[in-house]
Design a protein around this ligand. Structure first.
Ligand SMILES: NC(=O)c1ccc[n+]([C@@H]2O[C@H](COP(=O)([O-])OP(=O)(O)OC[C@H]3O[C@@H](n4cnc5c(N)ncnc54)[C@H](O)[C@@H]3O)[C@@H](O)[C@H]2O)c1
Length: 472
């Protein structure tokens, strides 16, 4: 293997760690820096601080090639390209908080030691950030630092696979050596016409367009999700079944089946903040992005509609026992940021319900955010004596529950399928009262076929995020 450029990665979270491990897999030395000393000491001990399929294995496989430190100087000493993957959470105003990004920018060297260096922005930042940072470099005598925008499109739960098999790699730069160096790093993941042997398409563009590609992509996916959720709500009024409707729509190749799964609304750290950041970015530039205002509102209401549904069946929720099955914002992750369970649990508690919760992986993260819930160590324990249950996250182990056992252990029989992921016929055969999202029509003979088809699509689409538990 030809010698590959070593990389620095600032911020060892979902994006930073996967980027470092992914490039290590492609042959680079990776120097990871994080301000979180506990995270770094766990990484030094060979332990992944977050749950992401395949990540622990890569950390072990490349332990010689991956280095971890709390000191930026360690990365600066060994690398020219610094991938920035720090968080950009929303501020109180809903705009992106760029303070961590600027902390990194301000700690970069000036003078001769800036020469040939570049920062490569993986964090999702508002369009215009690259220009502002280049201006800041200039004003502080560090114009020799180059800037490349390289937005990240990985999805939690399949992040390692997404890194190694990207749909596209977006590089926004000034057509300079730094952009070329980033392109060289990604080359093995690109399609043949870009010198690679894989299937990723290359989008080499200007910095502002690269920044906007990321925001617009997430906003579009969120819009698709809110759209099908609104269709689901109309289905509930009209007797149509949104699963059938989505299947019929998705077969149109202009529409496609992905992100057409009605549910409790999108969650996760990215969609919520990126949609809001884009709406406000437009507003700050004098444009009212009306569509995104509706997308956000639909999503907020979608999480709350389940409460009304439970009330319709149970009357007042005061004193009622409700089991929440799954808490993470989607399966295969321990990430609780933006999870629908946060809103749902808070609303249920506000109505006086006793909430018992179970998640196969995200329980500790959930406990830190919702300390007043009762946590148990299995789904059946959560269901014992429950008046109703809500499937919040479609973890495989929850889809495979023995529904007769579930019916026998619950006090009531209502099960709300917040992800339209369960086998309605099996639940009903077990004596449970099944309620999906937007599934107005009673089950028909064709249901089994539609369900089988949808489950097949879910399997194929395992790297995609669903409306039900969506988020990047
Ligand atoms: N998580 C995703 O699925 C995803 C996908 C695409 C893009 N993104 C974007 O990538 C960025 C990172 O997201 P994430 O989910 O990996 O966040 P994260 O919170 O998991 O990780 C961020 C890390 O940066 C560290 N950090 C903060 N300030 C620092 C500093 N000054 N120096 C060094 N380390 C610092 C934090 O301690 C944390 O470990 C965000 O902008 C996000 O929008 C995330």
């Amino acid at each position: 293997m030809t010698e590959r450029e070593p990389i620095g990665v600032i911020g060892a979270g979902y994006v930073g760690l996967v980027t470092a491990a992914g490039f290590a897999e492609l042959g680079s030395e990776a120097w990871c820096v994080d301000v979180d000393a506990e995270k770094i000491s766990r990484l030094r001990a060979g332990e992944s601080p977050l749950y992401e399929p395949g990540l622990q294995e890569l950390l072990e496989k490349h332990s010689e090639r991956m280095h971890f430190s709390t000191a930026l100087a360690d990365a600066l000493e060994h690398t020219r390209l610094l991938f920035v993957a720090v968080g950009t959470p929303p501020t109180h105003s809903g705009d992106a908080d760029l303070s961590s990004v600027y902390e990194v920018v301000e700690s970069l060297p000036a003078g001769d030691s800036a020469a040939d260096r570049a920062i490569v922005m993986k964090s999702t930042v508002p369009c215009g950030t690259g220009e502002s940072i280049k201006r800041a470099f200039k004003e502080s005598g560090r114009e020799r630092l180059a800037y490349v925008s390289c937005p990240e499109f990985l999805k939690e739960g399949s992040a390692v696979a997404d890194f190694l098999h990207p749909d596209r790699v977006v590089i926004g730069d000034d057509r300079d050596a730094a952009g070329e160096a980033v392109l060289e790093l990604y080359r093995p993941l690109l399609a043949r016409e870009h010198g690679g042997s894989a299937s990723g398409a290359l989008v080499r563009t200007d910095i502002a367009s690269a920044e906007m590609i990321k925001l617009a992509s997430n906003a579009f996916l969120a819009t698709k999700i809110s759209f099908i959720n609104e269709i689901a709500n109309v289905c509930e009024e009209t007797g149509a079944d949104v699963v059938e409707v989505a299947r019929g729509m998705g077969l149109d190749e202009r529409i496609g089946p992905k992100f057409l799964h009605a549910g409790l609304g999108y969650g996760g750290s990215c969609f919520t903040k990126d949609v809001s950041a884009l709406k406000l970015l437009a507003g700050n530039s004098g444009y009212h992005f009306q569509l995104l205002a509706a997308v956000i509102e639909v999503n907020e209401l979608q999480k709350r509609r389940v409460v009304a549904r439970l009330q319709r069946h149970l009357g007042t929720l005061a004193g009622k026992r409700v089991a929440l099955l799954g808490l993470a914002f989607k399966p295969n992750t321990d990430d609780m940021r933006g999870a629908s369970s946060l809103v749902l649990a808070a609303r249920l508690q506000a109505e006086g319900a006793h909430v018992r919760a179970y998640d196969p992986v995200a329980q500790e993260q959930a406990r830190a955010l919702m300390p007043t819930l009762e946590y148990v160590s299995s789904a059946l324990e959560a269901l014992a004596g429950a008046d109703a249950a809500v499937l919040v996250t479609e973890w495989p182990e929850l889809l495979a529950l023995d529904w007769r056992e579930v019916a026998a252990t619950m006090s009531g029989n209502l099960l709300v399928d917040g992800r339209n992921a369960l086998d309605r016929a099996a639940l009903e055969a077990a004596g449970l009262l099944y309620e999906g999202i937007g599934r107005g029509a009673p089950p028909r003979a064709g249901d089994a076929h539609a369900r089988a088809e949808q489950q097949g699509e879910r399997a194929r689409d395992s790297v995609s995020v669903r409306a039900a538990g969506a988020g990047a």
